[in-house]
Each structure stands twice: as C-alpha cells, then as structure tokens.
Ligand binder design. Sequence first.
Ligand SMILES: Cc1cc2nc3c(=O)[nH]c(=O)nc-3n(C[C@H](O)[C@H](O)[C@H](O)COP(=O)(O)OP(=O)(O)OC[C@H]3O[C@@H](n4cnc5c(N)ncnc54)[C@H](O)[C@@H]3O)c2cc1C
Length: 419
Amino acid sequence: MALKNLPDVVVVGGGMSGFAAAMAAAGDGRNVVVVDKSPIIGGNATNANVGTICGAYYRAATQLPIAVGYDFCKGFYKKAMQLQGLESPIKYHNGLWVIPYDWAQLQTLLNTEFAKAGITYLPRTQVTGVNIDNNSIESLSLENEEHQFTMVTKAVVDCSGSAVISRLAGLATLTSAQYQAASQVFRVSGVTVSNEFTFDMALKRSTARILVQYTDLPKCFATISVVPGSLRQGVADIKVVLPYAITDESILGELITEQAERWVNILFNRLEKDDGALSGAHLDLIYPSPGIRVVQRAKGMVVLEEYDVLNCLKTDDEIAIGVWPIEEWGSDGRVKMDYFAENESYSIPVGCLLSTEINNLFLGGKNISATTRAIGSARVIGTCLQTGYAAGKLAVCTNDEQRTKCIIELNKELRAKLG
Ligand SMILES: Cc1cc2nc3c(=O)[nH]c(=O)nc-3n(C[C@H](O)[C@H](O)[C@H](O)COP(=O)(O)OP(=O)(O)OC[C@H]3O[C@@H](n4cnc5c(N)ncnc54)[C@H](O)[C@@H]3O)c2cc1C
C-alpha cells in the first residue's frame, strides 16, 4: 500500500463518528487515513440504513428545535436536510426531533466531503493487529482483499463501534452478556397509502394478522415500523426486530446477516399476500447489514453511566452534549425509552474518549467509554458526530498543553453556540 505521506492520524471505522473524527483532524491540516472493513462508507447509518439522525436537537414538544453540537455537526445537519428538501428536522414523538436521510445520498455526501478534505479513505480494509511500544501505538496491521500491510501513524481514533483496537491490544473493554436486539431494514415500493402514519398503522395491523395465521413467525415482528420520514412516492423503508440474542460472539459471524435476509423474504411474501398495507408492493432492497445497536466498548479514563445521563450531569470538561433518552430494544421487539426533562442535556466528559493505557489512542462514537445503559443514549448519530469530532481534534494534539487548550476550546464552542 503506497501512501504519499505517512498518516498523522488513522481513523478506524468510516461510520458517522469516523467521518467526524477524520474531518476534524483533516481540518487542522493533518494527513488522515480512514480504514473500514466494509465496502460501503457510513457504518451502521448506511449499511443498516437506520434512516434518521437522532440526538441533534434538544427534546421539546412545543418549541422550535434547538440544535446541539459543534459548528461542524450543525453544518452537516443543514446539508442532510437540504438533500431531503427540508428546512427543519421532523417531529418524531414526545418532543423528539429527527432528520431523515436517504442512504445513497448519504454515501455520496460522505465520499464528497472526504475527497474535498483530502482524506484517504480505504474501504474493504480491516485492522487485524496493533503494534505498541512504550504505551503508544506505533503502527497498525491491516489487510484487504489483495494483501496485508503495516501502517505507521502518530495517533489512532477507534471509531469501530466495537472496541477493535482495545480488543487487539488486550486493553480493558466494557461488555455485557447480552445486548439490545438487532433490527433489519428493507425497502419496498408500490405503496398506495401516501400518509406515513396511516401506512405504519396498516402495516402493524397486517403483521398482527399474519402472526396469528403463521405461528412460525417470530413474535418480535409485531413491532414492525416504517422508518420515520421515509415514505415518499410509494417507496418506504421498513424496520423489523430480529429474533437473535446479540452477544459479542454472535456479531463476529455472518450468520445473522444471512438469517435476517431469509426472515425479511418470508415476512414480505406473507405480508404481500395479506390484503393490507403491502398488498401489491415490491421488495426492492434488503439493506446490506442488520443493525447491531450496541456491543462492547473501550474502557476509558471515565465511564459514562446511566445516572449521569438520567440526572443530566454537567462537567467542566464536557466535549459532547447528549440529548437523546436511553433507548433500549428488547428481544420481544419492544422499545423502552427512559427520558430526562425537555430542553435538558448531559455532558460527555473528555475522559470517555481517552484510553487509560495508550497515549495516542482516542475513542469516538459507539465506542466511547460508557456503560451499556448509558450508550443506549450516546450511540445516536448526533452524539456520535460530536464525540467523533472531539476525538479527531484531540488526536492531533502533540503534547499535554495543546490537549488542555483543545479541551477548553471544544467546550467553549459547544456551550457558546447553542441554538
Ligand atoms: C437498528 C438501528 C436503528 C438505529 N436507529 C437510529 C436512528 O434512527 N437515528 C440515529 O441517530 N441512530 C440510530 N441508530 C444508532 C446509530 O446508527 C449508530 O449507533 C451510529 O451510526 C454509530 O456510528 P459509529 O460511527 O460510532 O459506528 P458504526 O456505524 O458502527 O461504524 C463502525 C465502522 O467500523 C468498521 N469496523 C469495525 N471493525 C473494523 C476493523 N477491524 N477494521 C476496519 N473497520 C472496522 C465497521 O465496518 C463500521 O463501518 C440505530 C442503530 C441501529 C442498529
């Protein structure tokens, strides 16, 4: 692998947090490389097509939405809305606001931003090893379809969503025996109902009928739903919870992807035959991966906890503002939301992004140091963009003095630019 210059920063994972981390580091004039094992840019946001950006606005039922995060995040929300022809986010429920997006448009946007920023993006490239000397990462071992190679770097941001660097380096991780249920999203066309709420209700009724008729179908399909904002001109994205226990081991195999595809085909065929929401519709696309919500995270200097989230704790070293409730999907397909007050937020302190043992390792997105309950809130895209951005900025600091200054500046920008 011939790179013109050795990277100052390697970002592991080209999901939404990796995108923000790379843009932050490149914005400071650094040479940045992003590696991702997937052929598709965007991580969960595109591969699983989760369909909306959550966690970008304070929860508020009666007021206009107020955005949180860095200028970079707000600029990104504007671009995402423009692509949808929207001037503001859409109302979800209980005062929550979301920005819908189209997965193909999002991929184009991310690729364009990387190209404009001069970021080298290596898809289909997996990190397989970490070479550490004196508490610093010296290089990463990588492999793609053609060869294995080593990449020397000054800093690494782990935005893998699954603590890849910590696992490979034998560092501590935060794990649970079992995690939230996974979901699969698929796209249908030929929908004759034009109102999304009416379509969603009809879909749920139709699914309830076929669950009585076909007892082999998993009961968790009862919570089937339309991805908010996705119904346009007869085309819609639909989400179903999958009947599998998600553990750190289960995500390593391909089994869930194959099984998810099989289930969607069976479900769609039966829904199509029912005289309901999908009668006469077509199954256009099953998105490439099932959406795995949470797996293990890296353990950092500080661990964000459920108490911090639900009590809206604020810290002086805040580098991201969390506004989304703790959202947990059970294996029965039901979602449980634990809210804090409207117009409130909690701090994600910088320690959640810093490795306890490795000086030049930084954590972003779904991989920040947070308990399984706390990441149920901090995993949404709006928060991932903030933690990724902050991790990218921290990764370019070369000494403690620079890092302290960087934290102060990040914190100032977050607090000064609310709105
Ligand atoms: C079903 C579902 C619905 C959701 N709905 C929403 C929603 O509506 N709104 C919202 O805001 N959020 C939603 N989320 C959460 C959100 O999508 C994710 O938490 C967020 O996108 C995570 O971004 P990330 O960059 O941290 O990680 P990811 O998107 O997981 O990206 C990690 C990347 O790292 C790569 N990687 C992993 N291991 C390696 C390796 N060894 N080498 C190289 N690359 C590697 C992966 O291929 C991947 O691309 C949902 C999640 C799920 C699963």
